[in-house]
Design a protein around this ligand. Structure first.
Ligand code: SF4
Length: 479
């Protein structure tokens, strides 16, 4: 890894940075199982794990089935207070031996390292993704960035092994400027990749909201100076610690907007389940808000209102559908309705990725489609903007439809069909909109589950499957 060049902010950036103040936060984070095992957590948290659960997890310590080696345990007081009244979201933060029963999975899901021209940057689509933090306020057990958060070594395209590093401002700014100038000289597209100008960048990790305001401000102003027009902040902090969205944060954001009025900021939030933002009564039921809708957790609602009151800030929710947490159409229906009511766009629901240990979390693809489809029955059009997405090596893909009736005479179509559509191609933007039609496999949790039943593959999602051509010859005329 090359040593990062020291980035020197311009006078305009420096003026903005000098105006930023950091907030003070008391997340009351519990890190590691050891504190639970030794009884060194606050009294009301002592029963979060039973003695039997702790015994099983302790026995796995130091073995290849060690759950903490796969993903460190971490939880905030705010999330604990929500989770103690919710079996669903307990699963999100509570370590379970099931996570390591089957460690099958990819160490670098989506082969991200193939799209990393600079350490800490994934430039797979027209948007760039930056790893700017390697932790979050709490850790989701299903996290598909577990390799970054647990500091595991991943294989690089050159065959070497090393942990994923974080992005450095100087290197990223140089890359963005260089890429965009090549694109401009070449009439709007990069001559090698066909990609357009890098105009949108996602600050990710980990969670950028664990960084200080000054640190976030440094990224925002450097990216704006480099010519980035839209900056996304990917965060689950509204679930883990909504008070992070305090006056000092909004003061920093307002000053950023005054300095760079042309740059749009998109807060990409991550709610899996309405138990993460709605209040419950003593019987565990959601409560009606006298003003309409359901009663929210006050600090979460306050943060969303402050975001929504700024026209240059967008807020979108995206989340995976995870077994035991939100594979529940009723919960997702309430979530989509309440988010939209409060000005949060429902962007994507995701099929889980093929991370190490994914079998403990992933819902089969067709079941996930069914859950989302059921959840959207009875919602209005504007409440049902979310699509089900699964991330192929080739690009972001929508699971468009799953049919129920057999298609007579179509081998592989005995139980119906699955239709997928490429939303964003990594290497080739013009592939957008192309589809793949597959025979159903209700057990499939990843693309490989369809390798033997590809009926039509305009999108090239199964291009590497040897049997594809044979099937195509046999059946394409029949559909
Ligand atoms: S908030 Fe996101 S990055 Fe952090 S642990 Fe959860 S899924 Fe992973």
């Amino acid at each position: 890894m090359s040593k990062a060049t020291k980035y020197l902010p311009s006078a305009k950036e420096q003026l903005f940075l000098d105006s930023v103040t950091n907030g003070k936060y008391d997340r009351q984070i519990i890190t590691g199982l050891k504190k639970f095992i030794e009884g060194k957590v606050p009294e009301d948290m002592l029963s979060f794990y039973s003695a039997d659960e702790l015994k099983v997890l302790t026995d796995l310590k130091g073995t290849e089935k060690d759950v903490e080696a796969r993903m460190p345990v971490k939880m905030t007081r705010h999330y604990f207070d929500l989770a103690k009244n919710s079996a669903s979201i307990q699963v999100l933060v509570k370590a379970s031996p099931k996570e390591t029963y089957d460690l099958d999975g990819a160490s670098d899901p989506g082969k991200q390292m193939d799209y990393s021209p600079v350490e800490g940057l994934i430039h797979k689509y027209e948007m760039g993704l930056l790893y700017v933090a390697s932790t979050c306020s709490a850790h989701c057990r299903f996290c598909y960035r577990e390799e970054l958060i647990a500091r595991k070594e991943v294989e690089r395209p050159d065959g070497t092994m090393a942990p994923k590093g974080l992005a450095q401002i100087g290197e990223i700014v140089d890359y963005v400027k260089q890429h965009n100038s090549v694109v401009a000289e070449n009439g709007g597209r990069h001559p090698d990749t066909g990609r357009e100008k890098l105009r949108e960048v996602l600050l990710s990790g980990g969670d950028p909201m664990v960084l200080s305001n000054k640190n976030i401000a440094a990224w925002l102003s450097a990216l704006a100076t480099a010519g980035v027009e839209n900056i996304r902040i990917g965060t689950k902090e509204l679930g883990f610690y909504p008070d992070r969205f305090d006056d000092t944060f909004f003061d920093m954001m307002d000053k950023f907007h005054e300095t760079y009025p042309g740059v749009n900021v998109r807060i990409m939030i991550h709610f899996n389940h309405p138990d993460e933002f709605l209040q419950k009564d003593a019987d565990g039921n959601y409560m009606n808000d006298p003003e309409g809708g359901l009663l929210w957790v006050a600090s979460t609602k306050r943060a969303i209102r402050k975001i929504r009151s700024r026209h240059w800030l967008n807020i979108d929710n995206q989340a995976p559908i995870i077994r035991g947490i939100n594979n529940d159409p009723d919960a997702l229906r309430i979530q989509q309705r309440e988010l939209k009511r409060n000005g949060v766009e429902n962007h994507y629901y995701f099929c889980g990725r093929d991370i190490v240990g994914h079998k403990a979390f992933n819902v089969p693809i067709e079941e996930a489609w069914h859950i989302l489809n059921e959840s959207q029955k009875g919602l209005s059009g504007v409440e049902t903007h979310a699509r089900l997405s699964i991330t192929h090596y080739k690009g972001k893909t929508e699971v468009v439809a799953v049919t129920n009736d057999p298609l007579p005479g179509v081998p592989g179509g005995e139980h119906g069909l699955v239709i997928m559509k490429l939303l964003r191609g990594a290497a080739d933007a013009p592939d957008r909109g192309k589809v793949a039609i597959l025979g159903r496999n209700p057990e499939a949790i990843w693309f490989s589950g369809y390798d033997d039943r590809v009926l039509y593959d305009e999108a090239g999602l199964f291009a590497e499957v040897a049997t594809q051509n044979l099937l195509l010859q046999n059946v394409v005329g029949a559909i």
